[in-house]
Design a protein around this ligand. Structure first.
Ligand code: SF4
Length: 387
């Protein structure tokens, strides 16, 4: 099969916030608002066009993260999908990934109000206009999907563990015990524990694939993932550790998922050492931040890339991504970083001295405004058409 082919639009449904369908969680270029039936929106229009392009070996708009990772020698989501499902050409829904809403208890620096309602007011102050058209956005059409043949459910937020819609979604499956036949996967920020039906789903599902997003040790994580408390996260990791022990053998994967970005690229080792020492049964996963580009490591200045090379010697994939030729958006990064620091009262010096000192000595060549920085975020239009 062609190397632009991906199994996901044939096997998985991705519903983003506000009932928006897209080919996968990474491709924002083919968003369709479900305004008639779910079936019609999923089987026709834009998604049908994407499937045809993939089968014909054409480049698909919005799949650039996969293409970029593959060029850098990193296994992409596209490649993993082909391993998982094979080169299938018919539509058969095996998995559903739902972003229930943008309800979140944190303000991560690489996030936007599309994924955390708490960032809405901050964006108004920093960018002049929020990214999300509304402070709270939720999905409802996932309730129309027949769950009886699903093999996997992926719960996303915001923070899915505080979402009442996520609770509601798993409730029927828990009560009917259908949950015992499915894989449950999710990403949580680790600051809250599962309760009620979600907790039951975690205990009773066929396979649990739980990922805790942590980007640094201690204050670095708190700086990047604003409003988080690292000690609380460590306490919760102990709970997850006990969850592995309480479930049938080899039916649980708990991963620490780190989003590699400008703030933590030179601090990955500290985090890995901490997790390996304290929670050796957890897996370590690294994801590369693509957007906003000014937080993408390949968009750092060459000089800084050379300075921090020492810190990523043991991470060949990171080194490769870091060294990739890309645009330099450091001025935009400085503008954004200073604006967030001013608003939160936090200081980069306290968590990443190497980066803070480099900023201090950096000779900016461009004048940056908030309008300029806002252009780095996708325009979210909840009226997308399916033509
Ligand atoms: S190729 Fe990558 S970006 Fe495109 S649909 Fe597949 S996983 Fe998503």
């Amino acid at each position: 099969m062609h190397d632009t082919y991906c199994s996901l639009p044939f096997r998985e449904v991705t519903i983003n916030n506000g009932d928006v369908l897209q080919p996968c969680c990474q491709n924002y270029s083919h968003q369709i608002l479900i305004n008639e039936s779910f079936e019609k929106s999923f089987n026709t229009g834009q998604l049908e066009k994407v499937r045809k392009q993939m089968l014909a070996g054409e480049i698909v708009n919005g799949c650039d993260q996969c293409y970029r990772e593959e060029v850098a020698g990193i296994e992409s989501m596209r490649q993993r999908s082909v391993k998982k499902y094979g080169n299938v050409e018919n539509i058969e829904i095996h998995a559903i990934q739902i972003q229930f809403d943008n309800l979140c208890n944190l303000k991560c620096r690489m996030c936007s109000s599309a994924n955390s309602h708490l960032l809405y007011d901050d964006e108004l102050k920093i960018l002049g206009k929020p990214i999300s058209p509304k402070k709270f956005v939720a999905s409802t059409t996932h309730n129309d999907i027949d769950k009886t043949h699903l093999k996997e459910i992926k719960l996303f937020g915001g923070e899915p563990l505080i979402s009442p819609r996520a609770q509601e979604f798993v409730k029927d499956m828990v009560l009917s015990n259908e949950i015992s036949k499915v894989v449950v996967s999710t990403y949580t920020n680790g600051t809250v524990l599962p309760t009620d039906y979600i907790l039951e789903a975690f205990k009773k599902c066929r396979f649990l694939d739980l990922n805790v997003s942590i980007d640094g040790v201690g204050h670095l994580n708190e700086y990047i993932r604003g409003k988080s408390d690292f000690n609380e996260i460590v306490k919760n990791l102990k709970f997850y550790s006990s969850l592995i022990d309480s479930r049938p053998k080899q039916s649980t994967t708990i991963g620490i998922s780190t989003v590699v970005n400008v703030y933590n690229v030179n601090k990955l080792k500290e985090l890995d050492q901490f997790i390996t020492k304290e929670f050796s049964q957890f897996e370590l996963e690294k994801k590369f931040l693509s957007y906003p580009e000014f937080l993408r490591i390949s968009c750092l200045p060459k000089e800084y890339k050379n300075i921090i090379k020492h810190a990523v010697q043991d991470y060949p994939e990171v080194l490769q991504f870091l060294n990739k030729d890309d645009n330099n958006y450091f001025e935009e990064f400085i503008f954004y970083n200073n604006s967030v620091d001013k608003l939160t009262g936090h200081s980069l010096k306290d968590v990443n001295l190497e980066l803070a000192e480099y900023i201090e000595n950096y000779k900016s060549k461009k004048e940056i405004s908030n309008q300029h920085v806002r252009k780095f975020y996708p325009v979210i239009d909840l009226r997308s058409s399916n033509d």
